[in-house]
Design a protein around this ligand. Structure first.
Ligand code: PMP
Length: 356
């Protein structure tokens, strides 16, 4: 830390992203990326012609991309916001709507509390139930902005749409942000509710179901007023936060052939997930019922940190969090069926070695 840093950031604990290893080749099941590449339409969109246009700024309004997103989801362009990854959007949303404070589950996406710390927003974590579920009633009349990841991360457990709607109804004076980063793997989306409620903001990403984590593209849907608020903050930060290549790739990812490709890959990932869960349960592990592209699993005989280390020694990276409530668990991204086979084999070995 230099002596020049603004005092208000001295105690700020930055978010720690999952490892992106260099050198050794790992089976990488630690940051919920897709194991499948983007479809041909996306690869073709980042053409030489597009690269030659890099001398020009990208369209700060992202009109074409927004229109394509609006068309895909049956909405209007004024209901769509895009920026550099959904983290960027979450950041803007906490800045814009967190004046009265924020609430979110005690076990959820670790960035929410970092955004609160960054912007001096008081936040109150609401404990999940014993089963790691959200009890909607805990969020009724919260008197603050609410952030809920649905499915939740790192548990993978989803709330049904009717319960999300109740939370939105019971907090009409504050924004309810539903982070649907993982919704395409089987949960119910709240996008259809944005026409009905002016306090609902639904945030999505291209990073998971659209195989584009490295492109950095997130989008959000909400009433026109909410979108204008986010634009105000974006245009006060970096109007060009979506670069030309990402804009081209992101628009192409919405065409018919790409959409069909993604539907197929999401279904395959969901099937692989359900099979992996069954296999880990058969080994005697506890695995939460996930609707995301990862599972959250615990092994009674071996602690979470050891499982993480032993998998790493065997060339498999998963995500371990040292927070007390979840330190027995590891979050395992769903890879290809072959990668999941390797994981099951490694877990078998680790558990067997423990018995000896
Ligand atoms: N929300 C949740 C729940 C996540 O797990 C992630 C991925 N780390 C994000 C948002 C951010 O995704 P991105 O910035 O890549 O769009």
């Amino acid at each position: 830390m230099s002596r020049f840093l603004n005092k208000k950031y001295e105690a700020l604990e930055a978010y720690v992203p999952g490892e992106q290893p260099r050198g050794m080749e790992y089976i990488k099941l630690n940051t919920n990326e897709s194991p499948y590449p983007p479809p041909p339409a996306v690869l073709d969109a980042v053409s030489r012609e597009e690269l030659e246009k890099l001398r020009l700024y990208s369209d700060p309004e992202c009109a074409e991309l927004k229109q394509a997103l609006a068309d895909s989801y049956g909405l209007e362009r004024k209901n769509v916001f895009v920026s550099n990854g959904s983290d960027d959007i979450l950041n803007f949303a906490f800045m814009a709507f967190g004046a009265d404070g924020a609430v979110f589950p005690d076990v959820t996406y670790g960035f929410y509390k970092v955004f609160c710390a960054l912007h001096g927003i008081p936040f109150a974590p609401i404990p999940l139930t014993e089963q790691f579920e959200i009890d909607p009633q805990d969020y009724f009349g919260a008197q603050r902005m609410i952030a809920i990841a649905n499915p939740n991360a790192p548990t993978g457990i989803a709330l049904p749409l009717a319960q999300i709607e109740r939370i939105v109804q019971e907090n009409a004076e504050h924004v309810v942000l539903i982070d649907e980063a993982y919704v395409d793997f089987g949960a119910q989306s709240a996008v259809g509710l944005i026409k009905k409620y002016d306090n609902l903001l639904v945030v999505h990403t291209y990073s998971k179901s659209r195989s584009m984590a490295g492109a950095r593209l997130g989008f959000a849907f909400g009433a026109a007023g909410l979108i204008e608020d986010l634009e105000r903050i974006k245009f006060s930060t970096n109007p060009y936060s979506v670069n030309r290549m990402t804009r081209a790739a992101g628009t192409a990812a919405l065409c018919g052939s790409a959409a069909a490709y993604y539907r197929e890959k999401c279904a395959l990932i969901a099937k692989t997930r359900d099979e992996l869960r069954e296999r880990l349960l058969a080994l005697g592990m506890e695995v939460l019922p996930s609707l995301a592209n990862f599972v959250f699993a615990r092994c009674a005989a071996v602690d979470g940190e050891t499982v993480y280390q032993q998998l790493k020694q065997r060339g498999i990276l998963v995500r371990h969090f040292s927070t007390p409530r979840i330190r027995d668990y590891n979050r395992i991204t769903i890879g290809t069926p072959a990668q999941c086979d390797a994981l099951v084999l490694a877990m078998q070995e680790i558990m067997k070695e423990k018995q000896q």
